[in-house]
Design a protein around this ligand. Structure first.
Ligand SMILES: Nc1ncnc2c1ncn2[C@@H]1O[C@H](COP(=O)(O)OP(=O)(O)O)[C@@H](O)[C@H]1O
Ligand SMILES: [Mg+2]
Length: 293
């Protein structure tokens, strides 16, 4: 299943949420990374045919989202950012209901509900009310409902927001396990979510794509520009004005900063091997100036 996006524009009244986005997504796990307000949810709603583009084209497996939404919907599983639950239902009933919405027969539903519960490791919680589920269980159930109908395209919008670190890791591994032959599009503002599981990444900022490629390519964007420098706390403000600080930690009465700089800061820095977070920050910093009206 591939998704081809060409010069996509989305305006909400006078506000431009997506500015000429062009992107090809193939099978495997695709990570859509960007800060809040970047346009991730808008892009996902267009791919899932819930929102109409202002201009440009989105073609899913040969079907245009505007001209041919029905076959796309039949092959799609979607976990929205805000996933509402019927809190009074138990997990089995909720999945059975979703199966009805997806036009599955009674026997297909029985077989698939049991299979997806197994896949997300909720079999033993099938009879519990979903209103009583923990954050991690809710997100796993969210994936289970998206898997009903056995879709070839899975779109998951910020699924790890609100999960604790342990739940987040388990959830990522679950996504990697179910991806298989599918195309999975995962949006997040958390770099580590992408690092672990995605083979392709796009970075969206203020409606524009500022990077597309493999995670390793994003890392190289920060090559030679990541430094560690030890400073006196009083120097912090001056350095913050000049450079992008990625992290800081206190050491006795000194501070150690990790920062992005085109040259060795004050000749006092030590060059550091970049990671994915550094690459992300580096592309965000270098494209900050190209805002549109
Ligand atoms: N229905 C809407 N009407 C007007 N502006 C919207 C609407 N939905 C989103 N926006 C704006 O579009 C921008 C992108 O939003 P969104 O796609 O939700 O970003 P993200 O998911 O990356 O946080 C934001 O500035 C948001 O305020
Ligand atoms: Mg969003």
């Amino acid at each position: 299943m591939d998704v081809k996006i060409t010069q996509l524009v989305k305006d909400y009244a006078k506000f431009r949420a997506l500015e000429s986005v062009s992107l090809n997504i193939g099978s495997g796990m695709f990570g859509l990374l960007g800060p809040n307000g970047a346009g991730k949810t808008t892009l996902m709603k267009i791919i899932t045919t819930l929102l109409r583009p202002t201009s440009g084209q989105v073609v899913v497996n040969g079907w245009d989202v505007m001209l041919d939404p029905h076959p796309i919907r039949q092959n799609l599983g979607y976990l929205p950012q805000e996933f509402g639950f019927y809190k009074g239902l138990n997990a089995y009933e909720l999945l059975d209901y979703v199966g009805t919405m997806k036009n599955l027969t009674r026997s297909e539903r029985r077989e698939q509900v049991e299979r997806v519960l197994e896949q997300v490791n909720l079999t033993k919680d099938a009879k519990r009310k979903v209103g009583k589920f923990s954050g991690g269980m809710k997100q796993r159930l969210g994936i289970a409902q998206a898997l009903m109908g056995n879709p070839t395209l899975l779109v998951v919008d910020e699924p790890t927001a609100g999960l604790d670190p342990e739940e987040r890791i388990r959830f990522r591994n679950l996504l990697a396990r179910i991806s298989g032959q599918r195309t999975v599009i995962l949006s997040t503002h958390i770099v580590a979510d992408i690092e672990a599981v995605c083979n392709q990444v796009a970075v969206l900022n203020r409606g524009s794509l500022i990077f597309t490629g493999a995670p390793a390519d994003l890392i190289t964007r920060a090559s030679g520009n990541v430094w560690e420098i030890e400073i006196a706390p009083a120097e912090y403000e001056r350095i913050e004005e000049q450079y992008t600080i990625i992290s800081s930690r206190a050491a006795d009465h000194r501070m150690v900063l990790r920062l992005i700089a085109p040259e060795n800061p004050f000749g006092r820095g030590t060059a550091i091997k970049p990671g994915l977070e550094d690459g992300y920050v580096a592309v965000m910093v270098t494209t900050k100036a190209v805002a549109y009206a």
